[in-house]
Each structure stands twice: as structure tokens, then as C-alpha cells.
Design a protein around this ligand. Structure first.
Ligand SMILES: Cc1cc2nc3c(=O)[nH]c(=O)nc-3n(C[C@H](O)[C@H](O)[C@H](O)COP(=O)(O)O)c2cc1C
Length: 336
């Protein structure tokens, strides 16, 4: 029987499949079912600072600003009642989960103000979370703010939160940086123990009938996996932080690929939403079966084996790959 154990954020996990943050992880009953299905850890649904009742005034002010300018723009803002759990309920969920579930519970926080990030990080730690994931979702809209300034904001935030708590800290971030490796290195130096790659960028659409902005969530596809595999392969061995892959994971093959490029864990949400929590059991037994068939003794033996760790000049390697992709015949495009 192959050894599926992996280490993530200093936590010993029985296998590399983790439930990422979603409404599924908002209920203790579902967390128990996740544990029974074999998931190795769960990240709770994010606590958004706007959810915290004391801060509600801020969101209401934002909504009011929208009304003054363009009525259409209002549809960009979420309704207050779309935020489900308040701050105290969130902390209660952590306490209840720690009492009734044996697998590690990772809190998730999405703040807006420095005070909000720090206070709630501390409260999530005190409630008993095994680790904290900061879900940083910031879309720069100010043309006068430079990329360097935006990036420094991330680094300062991670430093402050690191200074406020002792539990392991992971950062979930998007991929819109000029240099992902540099950003990853700086975040690790600022105290991030793990990087969760990548947050999806949720873009609204426009309904031409009603002339409304439609902000529905489009489920991920397995195509998204490749981008994540690529960047984890580049970062593996070059950054002092555990790498987690989120986005596009559906099957055991996807998890195996994530391990090969150097991820410590592969996370899943849409797979569980589409196929049910029980799907995790199939994925985990698929990993085991594949390893046995391909004579791998342990997940750790696979981790990073297909990363760019041993490539002396990754930039040239990337360039060569680019040329190869474009210059190879494309039978799928008969007109090319
Ligand atoms: C309905 C839904 C709600 C989500 N809520 C959160 C959230 O609160 N915080 C967060 O960091 N990610 C959230 N995510 C993103 C997922 O954690 C995950 O990163 C993303 O769906 C990509 O992974 P997947 O392809 O396995 O679904 C949510 C995703 C879905 C589908």
C-alpha cells in the first residue's frame, strides 16, 4: 500500500487532497462527511470583513456611493444578505469543528482594513484553527497606483498578520503579478508558510437584455489546472513556502500531476460541488492505485519530480518550450 502522507504548513496530512474554501465547508455536518470521505484537511469558507456586523457600515457606505454615481453600477455590489456567517458565528464554527472533526481545520480570512485582518486573524487562532489562509482578493482600479505599491501592500499585510499570530499562515493569491516568482519569494520572506495558487479572478458579464451586470460564478474547468501546474513547477525548490494547488482539480490524475510539479497538497471545491463529497474517496483511492501500478512508494517520492527544480536556466527553458509549442504542427487546426 503506497504511503500517501504529505506535510503542509507543518501539519502531517494523511493524503494530499484538501477541501478548499467554499460554502460546503461552512457546516459541521459537511465537515464530518468530508473527513469520512477521506479528505485530509479543510479550509473553511472565508470570513469577509464586510460580514462582521461592526464593519457593516463600511459596505453600506460603499453601496450608497454607488447609488450617487450610476444606478447600473449598483449591481456590481453584493447584497448584504448574501454574506452568510457573521464574525461570531464563524468563530463558533471553528470551535465546533475542532470538537467534532479530527482532520486539521484551516480558517480563511478576507479582510479590507489592517485592523480587520489583524483582529480576526488573532480571533481565528484563539478559536482553535490549525492554520490560517489569507484570501487576498484585491483588484487594483486606481491608475495612479503602481504595481510595486500594490505588491508592497501584500508584503506588509503578510508581515503584520505573521507578527500577530503563531499558527501557520498560508496566502491564497491571484496570478496577476509581473513576476510571480519574485512575489512568491517576498511573501515567503514576509512570513508566509504556504502559498495557495491561484485564486480565480471572477469577472462579471453584461446581460444585454436587461442592461445589468451579471456576476454569477462560472465553475472552474480542468483546463485551469495547467496554469497552476506550470507555476508550481517553476516555484518548486525556489521558494521557502509549501505550495498548494487550487483550481481545476477533478481526478486522481490531477492530484498526481500537482504532486509531480511540487505541490504539497491539491485542493478541490467544484469537484465536490459537482459530484458530491463522496467523490473525494474515489480520487484518493485512484491516487493509491496509480502509485501502485507505477511503483511509487510514497507521495513524497513523487513531489517535485517533474518540477523545474533541476533546470539550471528556467527562463531559457520557458522560451524553448514556447517556441516548441508554436512551431510544432497543429493537426487540430487544418487551416494553420
Ligand atoms: C461557490 C464557491 C464559493 C467559494 N468561496 C470561497 C471563499 O469564500 N474563499 C476562498 O478563498 N475561495 C472561495 N472559493 C474558491 C475555491 O476555494 C477554489 O479556490 C476555486 O473554486 C478553484 O478550485 P476548484 O477548481 O477546485 O473549484 C469558492 C468557490 C466556489 C465555487
Amino acid at each position: 500500500m503506497p504511503d500517501l502522507k504529505t506535510e503542509y504548513l507543518g501539519l502531517s496530512l494523511k493524503n494530499p487532497l484538501v477541501a478548499s474554501s467554499s460554502p460546503l465547508t461552512e457546516d459541521v455536518g459537511a465537515l464530518r462527511r468530508m473527513e469520512d470521505a477521506g479528505l485530509a484537511a479543510v479550509v473553511l469558507h472565508s470570513l469577509f470583513e464586510e460580514q462582521i456586523s461592526a464593519e457593516r457600515g463600511t459596505l453600506e457606505q460603499d453601496l450608497a456611493k454607488g447609488t450617487e454615481s450610476f444606478a447600473e453600477a449598483l449591481s456590481y455590489f453584493p447584497e448584504l444578505d448574501e454574506y452568510v456567517l457573521g464574525g461570531e458565528e464563524y468563530l463558533e464554527l471553528i470551535r465546533a469543528a475542532k470538537e467534532s472533526v479530527g482532520i486539521p481545520i484551516i480558517g480563511s480570512l478576507n479582510g479590507t482594513t489592517r485592523g480587520g485582518w489583524l483582529d480576526y486573524a488573532k480571533m481565528i487562532e484563539d478559536a482553535g484553527a490549525d492554520a490560517l489562509e489569507l484570501n487576498i482578493y484585491r483588484i487594483p482600479t486606481d491608475p495612479n497606483r503602481s504595481g510595486a505599491d500594490v505588491e508592497q501592500g501584500y508584503v506588509d499585510l503578510v508581515k503584520s498578520v505573521r507578527g500577530a499570530i503563531k499558527i501557520p499562515l498560508a496566502i491564497k493569491l491571484g496570478l496577476h503579478f509581473s513576476s510571480i516568482p519574485n512575489m512568491a519569494k517576498r511573501l515567503a520572506e514576509a512570513g508566509a508558510n504556504g502559498l495557495v495558487l491561484f485564486n480565480r479572478f471572477y469577472q462579471p458579464d453584461i446581460d444585454l437584455e436587461s442592461l445589468e451586470v451579471v456576476s454569477n460564478l462560472v465553475p472552474s474547468t480542468r483546463q485551469e489546472l495547467r496554469q497552476r501546474l506550470h507555476w508550481i513547477a517553476v516555484l518548486c525548490g525556489r521558494v521557502e513556502a509549501d505550495l498548494a494547488l487550487t483550481g481545476g482539480v477533478r481526478t486522481s490524475e490531477d492530484v498526481i500531476k500537482a504532486m509531480m510539479v511540487g505541490a504539497r497538497v491539491a485542493m478541490t471545491t467544484c469537484g465536490l460541488l459537482e459530484r458530491g463529497i463522496g467523490h473525494a474517496t474515489e480520487v484518493i483511492s485512484g491516487i493509491s492505485a496509480w502509485m501502485e501500478e507505477n511503483e511509487y512508494d510514497s507521495v513524497q517520492q513523487m513531489q517535485g519530480s517533474m518540477s523545474q527544480r533541476s533546470v539550471a536556466d528556467p527562463a531559457s527553458y520557458e522560451r524553448a518550450n514556447y517556441l516548441k509549442v508554436l512551431r510544432t504542427p497543429h493537426p487540430e487546426f487544418p487551416l494553420a
